[in-house]
Design a protein around this ligand. Structure first.
Ligand SMILES: Cc1cc2nc3c(=O)[nH]c(=O)nc-3n(C[C@H](O)[C@H](O)[C@H](O)COP(=O)(O)O)c2cc1C
Length: 219
């Protein structure tokens, strides 16, 4: 079996995750998209690991959320992640393309992105990693819909089995993956690393076009 050699930034990031592992917020990053009016939009998301045998990063979201609309379409699927590790005082800014994976989205480019993993296995794996509470949100009414206590659990006919049930009572087996559930794959093509702890401070740029070679620059 051939050993996978990851880009140096990916190894560095794995080390930062390890050093900062006791801080819950070390798994949160800010993710930017661009809305149809051309304005930048950003939000916090949870890092849910690397795609197997790759340097792509995984998060999950609801397909009804605005960011998904921003990332659909050929020229709109760009992201920038800003990730600060307060323990080690390191910042990573990663940018590239997004691939969206969901039962209700049919996007042809995802298989090449997935490598040996199948769409179904990745959806299943990420769905099973969620708590019952987190899963229930995908069956609730749409993000940004006006709040109404009575309709929060108003669920489409297809999702009726969960109606009126407490999160712990919902059957959340693999066949129950919500159609609203979406795995987001962030495929970086450039990385900008900044280390405020080192003396002098360090900044390193990486570009896939340059074979991910380290380019040390002034901060
Ligand atoms: C700590 C924290 C973690 C979050 N993680 C996620 C996440 O993993 N996925 C997600 O879709 N939203 C997550 N959110 C909510 C988003 O920040 C955002 O409010 C929501 O997704 C709607 O964003 P949008 O309207 O830009 O699509 C998180 C919020 C916080 C504060």
């Amino acid at each position: 079996m051939t050993e996978i050699v990851y880009p140096p930034w990916r190894q560095r990031l794995a080390r930062s995750l390890h050093i900062n592992r006791r801080q819950v917020h070390a798994k949160y990053y800010q993710v930017a998209s661009v809305c149809p009016a051309g304005r930048p939009k950003n939000r916090t998301m949870v890092f849910r690991g690397f795609l197997a045998n790759s340097q792509s990063l995984l998060s999950v979201t609801d397909i009804r959320s605005e960011k998904v609309a921003h990332w659909q379409g050929k020229h709109k699927s760009h992201f920038e992640i800003c990730w600060y590790f307060s323990g080690s005082r390191e910042q990573y800014r990663l940018s590239g393309e997004v691939a969206l994976l969901s039962h209700s989205l049919d996007l042809s480019y995802t298989q090449s992105v997935l490598g040996q993993q199948t769409k179904q296995s990745l959806l299943k794996q990420q769905w099973s990693n969620l708590s019952a509470n987190a899963r229930q949100a995908f069956y609730s009414s749409s993000p940004k819909a006006p709040f109404d206590e009575n309709t929060t659990l108003a669920i489409s006919a297809k999702e009726q089995p969960t109606l009126g049930k407490k999160p712990e009572e919902i059957d959340i087996g693999s066949s129950q993956i919500s159609d609203n559930f979406c795995v987001v794959i962030f495929i970086p093509d450039t990385v900008d690393y900044l280390n405020l702890k080192s003396k002098p401070q360090e900044r390193c740029l990486y570009d896939i076009q340059d074979d991910w070679k380290e380019r040390w620059v002034n901060p």
